[in-house]
Design a protein around this ligand. Structure first.
Ligand code: FAD
Length: 807
């Protein structure tokens, strides 16, 4: 066994082996995988092996497509036999909202480029003669879906990796992992130790145990999942070709052919639970199954029989019950763990057979090249903080399992696992009708419902529409107040704080106390990793803000860029301060009634900050900026004093018609101002010029991370360009990832959208071919499978002169 390697992967399931193979393909061959039993002996061996394309996320769709294209070729690539069944798939919609969802996903399919069609219930029999289409409103037919023996693909990728030089140690258990003084990782096993630059946790059902050795919180639950297989049926023996895999929300089941019988896998809606009472499996647990829990399956098997009467014609031959890893959002964890560099997570997959190939490819790219060709944000393990406790993870995973065949509408979230992080205003806002969304554990108001009915979740504009319009117009015409305590907040202090921030940001860092800038942290390839605002509170004290979900990500981005010996400390103070956004033409009057600080333009300019006393509370950081394009201030208030300040502002605002507003209104207002969003317009696939953010990158600065690459990009020219458009939408707005057409050609993709209530326009951002960005250029956007006319607007739809914020 090696004692030194560039990478050690812990775990030889489809995820670990998929990564090993793709690292080797990327040219990293000094790599080893350690497996305590045999390859696949965790969850992988007993999986049903389905590989679908249908997915609402464009990035995840790319992961799926890669697998379904790779697996049929693996035998040829590696010499190891692989039994790929390319039988296609049929996903059924039985509600109107599912129909909306399918139409949205169809748009995603046009961008991703896989073969599919939307078909009516009367066409189903043509593709599946045994299916009863009762209640079906629409079906999503995918031509190249399939299923595969999980051990075949894992062993083939292992063979391919070995051929390229990777080593696999079977029957070797990793017993501990520690970081050693050199910064490398020491992987302790029962057969000796290996020191490595990178360590990867691919330990499947044990990944939380393995993570705990290094203090990492890995939010996974092991869920018990079943499928059954019948005896062979003559009808299927006589039939060729193989039937498509069916996914049916009526039965909450997948149904397919297996060795001339029927295989039915079930996601029960009320009785699911975690395996092993939430404890990890025994270390000697290997290629085992769990005792089946038939009682909980029976109602769903009956429903499966209603959908596929053939299923009842013969007896059940076998039942498979096994552990499936699950994360709270149902998406696997792949990327750097928070904290010290080069500890990677690659685990938590519940559709790992389908995803193992693509997940491995894109993480290998990230490890080798510093980024993947797709946006990895939705896979990044740092989307969960320590607030994602064991209990939270179990509760939400059970709920997610129950809802596997439920159609979540935009903004709809689980009701369990809530209230983990609350601002001190939570109860006050709730009593005002706040409809909360959970974001990085926080509860953040989306909008205020004064009717008491709650949000009717839909893909289309719904019952929030009127209230959000009033909130947005109140901000434009009078004054609005928003609790945005969810911001991630850091104090950056020290003798080298200025030089450090100047080196990591593309923009120039303020040289005068009170100055504020918008800054971007680029990676070495010149792509956008983070968006922050930097406020200079003193020569050695900077206040950095970023998105709620970026709390761990941006802390890492800053820590990882620190040079040895640099005198700078970065402290995460997110929970210490609450944030109130006071915005609108009357905001100066309202704030002036609560503070003695001079708020006049002469004394307190736009994009400046100072400490102030408001409502008797000292030490409030007052920042004259906002994300809605209005006169206004952000008040960064010690969390315990938030109620006092809030009450004072609301009382002073009464005479001016103050109104609470939430993130729906904020999104509408920022779209009117053409403000880009981190994670939608600004991602690590995009350069600053492509995002039309040239004014925030100072290529004349001596140096900053990403400068050389940005200069190179400038020379090469943009690959795509962000445009801002009005769209002829009627009852819905763009959500992002809708295809943009020019004639019959897809020439771009939307990134986000909203209705601008002041300008009465449905607005969207999109990346398109740079040759097509002339103002006034016309396109069509596919919104719920309808072509909507769209036209480029040259500047922000509202207040293009930017007079409002400077008023
Ligand atoms: C009944 C059932 C049906 C399924 N059907 C499908 C399907 O149709 N399609 C699909 O895509 N997915 C399906 N899945 C899900 C799929 O099985 C998992 O997502 C996938 O196998 C996860 O792979 P993994 O590599 O993360 O984990 P695993 O396969 O569990 O691999 C982890 C490995 O790590 C090893 N290990 C752990 N700790 C250590 C240590 N300390 N030292 C050394 N080795 C260690 C374990 O022995 C194990 O081999 C199904 C799952 C179940 C249970």
């Amino acid at each position: 066994m090696k004692s030194q390697a560039r990478v050690v992967i812990v775990g030889g399931g489809v995820m670990g082996v998929g990564l090993l193979y793709h690292l080797a393909l990327e040219g990293w061959t000094d790599i080893a995988l350690v497996e305590k039993g045999e390859l696949t002996s965790g969850s992988t061996w007993h999986a049903a092996g389905q590989c679908p394309h249908f997915n609402g996320s464009l990035n995840m769709t790319k992961v799926h497509i890669y697998g379904t294209e790779l697996y049929p070729k693996l035998e040829q690539l590696t010499g190891q036999a692989v039994s790929w069944h390319g039988c296609g798939g049929l996903r059924l919609a039985v509600t109107d909202e599912e129909v909306n969802w399918f139409k949205y996903v169809y748009g995603v399919s046009r961008l991703a480029g896989y073969e599919c069609e939307l078909i009516g219930p009367d066409e189903i029999k043509k593709h599946h003669p045994f299916l009863d289409p009762f209640g079906v409103k629409l079906a999503f037919r995918t031509v190249h879906d399939g299923h595969v023996a999980p051990a075949d693909i894992t062993n083939a990728m292992a063979a391919g990796a070995r051929k390229l030089g990777a080593e696999i140690y079977r029957r070797t258990r990793v017993t501990d992992i520690k970081q050693i003084p050199s910064g490398e990782w020491r992987v302790f096993t029962d057969k000796g130790n290996i020191d490595c630059e990178h360590v990867v946790n691919s330990a499947g059902s044990y990944c939380d145990v393995v993570g705990a050795w290094t203090g990492h919180n890995v939010p996974i639950a092991n869920m018990l999942h079943h499928y059954v297989i019948t005896e062979p049926l003559q009808e299927l023996i006589d039939l060729a070709p193989e039937l498509p895999v069916v996914r049916d929300p009526h039965a909450h089941a997948y149904l397919r052919e297996e060795t001339n019988g029927v295989l039915v896998g079930l996601y029960e809606t009320a009785t699911a639970h975690v395996c092993w009472d939430g404890k990890p499996p025994r270390w000697d647990y290997e290629s085992e199954l769990e005792p089946p829990e038939l009682d909980r399956l029976i109602p769903w098997l009956e429903r499966a029989t209603e959908r596929l009467p053939l299923f009842a014609k013969t007896g059940i031959k076998s039942i498979v019950a096994g552990a499936i890893t699950h994360t709270p959002d149902g998406t696997y964890l792949s990327g750097p763990a928070p904290g010290p560099r080069n500890y990677w997570m690659h685990c938590g997959a519940s559709i790992g057979i389908c995803q193992g190939g693509g997940a491995g490819k894109y993480l290998a790219q990230w490890m080798v090249h510093g980024q993947a060709e797709i946006n990895m944000r939705e896979f990044d393990p740092r989307r969960f903080g320590n607030w994602a406790t064991k209990d939270y993870t179990a509760d939400v995973s059970v709920a997610d399992y129950h809802h596997m065949y439920y159609c979540y509408k935009p903004a709809e979230q689980h009701e369990v696992g809530r209230g983990l992080r609350k601002s001190a205003l939570y109860d006050r806002l709730k009593s005002e009708g706040a409809q909360f969304a959970q974001i990085f554990g926080w509860e953040r108001p989306r909008w205020y419902d004064t009717s008491g009915t709650g949000e009717k979740f839909s893909f289309r504009r719904s019952n929030w529409w009127g209230a959000v319009r009033e909130e947005a117009l109140a901000v434009r015409e009078k004054v609005g107040l928003m609790d945005l305590s969810t911001f991630s907040k850091y104090d950056v202090k020290g003798k080298d704080a200025h030089a450090f921030l100047d080196r990591i940001c593309a923009n120039r860092i303020p040289t005068k106390d009170g100055g504020i800038i918008l800054g971007h942290l680029l990676n070495a390839n010149g792509f956008i990793e983070s968006e922050i605002t930097v406020t200079r509170l003193g020569p050695e004290h900077y206040y950095v803000l970023s998105a709620a979900v970026a709390q761990l990500h941006d802390l890492d981005q800053m820590n990882w860029r620190k040079k040895p010996g640099e005198k700078v400390t970065i402290t995460d103070i997110t929970d210490d301060l609450g944030v109130l956004v006071l915005a609108g033409p009357k905001s100066r009057d309202v704030l002036a009634a609560c503070t003695k600080t001079d708020l006049s333009n002469a004394a307190f300019r736009w994009l400046t900050a100072r400490e102030a006393t408001v409502a008797g509370v000292k030490g409030i950081r007052l920042l004259r900026m906002n994300y809605v394009g209005e006169l206004g201030w952000e008040l960064h208030v010690p969390m315990a004093s938030m109620p006092k300040v809030f009450d004072a502002l609301m009382a002073a605002g009464k005479a001016h018609g103050i109104r609470l507003f939430g993130t729906y209104a904020m999104n509408s207002l920022r779209m009117e101002k053409a403000y880009r969003g981190w994670g939608s317009e600004l991602t690590n696939e995009i350069g600053m010029s492509e995002a039309s953010m040239e004014r925030f990158i100072r290529l004349d600065k001596e140096d900053f991370i990403g400068k050389q690459a940005s200069l190179g990009m400038k020379q090469r020219g943009d690959r795509l360009k962000l445009v801002y458009m009005e769209v002829n939408n009627t009852d819905s707005d763009c959500m992002g990832n809708e295809p943009v057409y020019h004639g019959d050609k897809v020439v771009g993709v939307t990134t986000s959208g909203a209705f601008g209530h002041t300008v009465n326009k449905s607005l969207t951002f999109a990346y398109v071919d740079p040759a097509m960005t002339a103002p006034g250029s016309e396109f069509e956007v596919l919104v719920f499978n309808e072509r909507r006319k769209a036209r480029i607007i040259p500047e922000s739809a509202f207040d293009a002169e930017n007079a409002r914020p400077r008023a």
